[in-house]
Ligand binder design. Structure first.
Ligand SMILES: Cc1cc2nc3c(=O)[nH]c(=O)nc-3n(C[C@H](O)[C@H](O)[C@H](O)COP(=O)(O)O)c2cc1C
Length: 191
């Protein structure tokens, strides 16, 4: 791959890695897209961990949430990031694997503080319609946080496509990278 394309790919991954490590990074909360019944489903999530060399991204969610059902039907996940200061958009496509109640989930879970554990401790599944407002937690939810562990899931994404767009005053710069035969293949694109 040409040097300039290689630099772009390295730079893009650095930004994504920083998204998970730096709470102030604009790449911390990408939009992810799945294929729903009648439309594309989009939602904001938090990047939890990124391994650029292994092309892996971890997101945490509730195993009962609709995005999991959608990924079970079609396991390809799309990511959309935008860095407003740098005027860089990054789009990813990834193959996903859902982790639940395994050793890696246990490691994360043990480090999740109580206030964040409550996200996984609702009585009813996320997205269940209810008649009156409720945060979904029972009064004694803190006594049953092990149920939260059962609901806790990691969406593990293996990225196979990365598209980069940098807006410029004079010219925009756009490139696409595909992971094939254990290598990234890059190409410029018309912006
Ligand atoms: C800033 C922000 C961060 C969020 N982070 C997560 C997250 O890490 N995991 C998650 O499942 N939902 C997260 N959400 C909620 C999702 O956007 C979404 O509303 C929820 O997961 C339900 O999605 P679903 O019905 O498509 O499964 C976040 C929302 C916001 C606004």
């Amino acid at each position: 791959m040409k040097n300039e394309l290689q630099e772009i790919l390295t730079n893009a991954w650095q930004l994504i890695v920083r998204g998970a490590a730096d709470k102030k990074s604009p790449l911390r909360t990408p939009v992810i897209g799945t294929i729903g019944e009648n439309a594309t489903e989009l939602r904001t999530v938090v990047l939890r961990k990124v391994w650029s060399k292994d092309r892996k991204i971890h997101i945490h969610t509730d195993i009962r949430s609709p995005k999991i059902t959608e990924l079970q039907a079609n396991s390809i996940l799309s990511f959309l990031f935008y860095h407003p200061k740098k005027q860089i958009q990054i789009r990813l496509k990834a193959q996903t694997n859902i982790l639940n109640q395994d050793e890696s989930c246990r490691q994360y879970w043990d480090n999740i503080p109580d206030f964040a554990r409550q996200n996984y401790c609702t009585d009813l599944a996320p997205s269940t319609k209810i008649d009156e407002y409720s945060n979904g937690l029972t009064e004694d939810w803190q006594k049953h946080t092990e149920q939260g562990f059962v609901n806790f899931a990691i969406i593990e994404s293996s990225v196979f496509e990365l598209e980069y767009l940098k807006l410029g005053r004079d010219a925009h710069q756009r490139a696409i990278f595909n992971y094939q035969n254990e290598n990234w293949i890059g190409s410029w694109m018309i912006p």
